[in-house]
Design a protein around this ligand. Structure first.
Ligand code: DX5
Ligand code: ZN
Length: 222
C-alpha cells in the first residue's frame, strides 16, 4: 500500500486557494484533505458542500478527501458527494448507526472512512472494519490546525496497524493533526500510510520547498 501525503486545505491562506491548489498538483500531490466543521461537534466552522463544489471547479483530478467533523453527518453525505467528494470520513463519536452511515457513503460509489478522536478506542471500528477504505487516527483534538501532536497516539497507530496486518485488511491508516517534518517518519514507522499535513505544509509560504523536504523523508518508506 502506497504512502500518500494529503495536504489539509484548512492550513492554507484562503485568499490564495487557487494558486496553492495548482501548486500542489504540479508537485505531484494527488489527494487534498478538506475539513468540514459545524461549530457543534467541534468548536470551529469550516468548509461545507458549496465551498467544496467551488474547489472542484479549481481541480478536476485531485482526490477530495473530506473529513466531516459534524454532529449529524448523515444530513450532508449526498450534498458532499454531489459537490465532488471522493472519500467521506465520519467520526465514530457522531454516528449511532455507524454501519448504516458507512453503507450509505459507499452506496454512492465513493470511499468511506471512520475517524477516531484521541480518546476513542479502536474497538469502535471492530464490527465495521472490513467495510472501510480508511481509518483516521486523530493525533490532536479535532477542530483547529496548528496544534501539537499528542504523543500517546503513537501506540494507537501501532495497535491499528497490528490489527490491520493480523486480519489482512486493506484500509489506509490516516493520521491528522500536528504532523511535521520532525515526526512524519515516526508515524510512518508505526504504520500510518496516509499523512495529513496542514500548517506544516503551508506556513513556510513555499510549497515547492516544503514538499521537497517531506518527499525526501517519505521516499525512504517506498
Ligand atoms: C483539525 C483538522 C486537520 C487540520 C490539521 O481538526 O482535522 O485536518 O487541518 O492541521 P495541522 O496539520 O496544522 O495540525
Ligand atoms: Zn482533518
Amino acid at each position: 500500500m502506497g504512502i500518500k501525503i494529503s495536504p489539509s486545505i484548512l492550513g492554507a491562506n484562503f485568499c490564495n486557494l487557487e494558486k496553492d491548489i495548482h501548486s500542489l498538483e504540479s508537485h505531484g500531490i494527488k489527494s487534498l484533505h478538506i475539513d468540514v466543521m459545524d461549530g457543534n461537534f467541534v468548536p470551529n466552522i469550516a468548509f461545507g458542500p458549496d465551498q467544496i463544489k467551488m474547489l472542484r471547479g479549481i481541480s478536476k483530478d485531485l482526490e477530495f478527501d473530506v473529513h466531516m467533523m459534524v454532529k449529524k453527518p448523515d444530513m450532508f453525505i449526498e450534498a458532499l458527494v454531489e459537490a465532488g467528494a471522493d472519500t467521506i470520513t465520519v467520526h465514530a463519536e457522531t454516528c449511532p448507526h455507524l454501519y448504516k452511515t458507512i453503507y450509505t457513503i459507499k452506496s454512492f460509489g465513493i470511499k468511506a472512512g471512520v475517524s477516531l478522536n484521541p480518546a476513542t478506542s479502536i474497538e469502535a471500528i471492530k464490527h465495521v472494519k472490513e467495510m472501510l477504505n480508511k481509518v483516521l487516527i486523530m493525533t490532536v483534538e479535532p477542530g483547529f490546525g496548528g496544534q501539537t501532536f499528542i504523543p500517546f497516539m503513537g501506540h494507537k497507530i501501532k495497535e491499528l496497524h497490528e490489527l490491520k496486518m493480523a486480519k489482512g485488511l486493506d484500509f489506509d491508516i490516516q493520521v491528522d493533526g500536528g504532523i511535521n517534518i520532525n515526526n512524519i517518519s515516526k508515524v510512518m514507522e508505526l504504520g500510518a500510510n496516509d499523512i495529513v499535513i496542514g500548517s506544516a505544509m503551508f506556513e513556510g509560504g513555499d510549497i515547492s520547498k516544503t514538499l521537497a523536504e517531506f518527499n525526501k523523508v517519505v521516499s525512504k518508506f517506498y
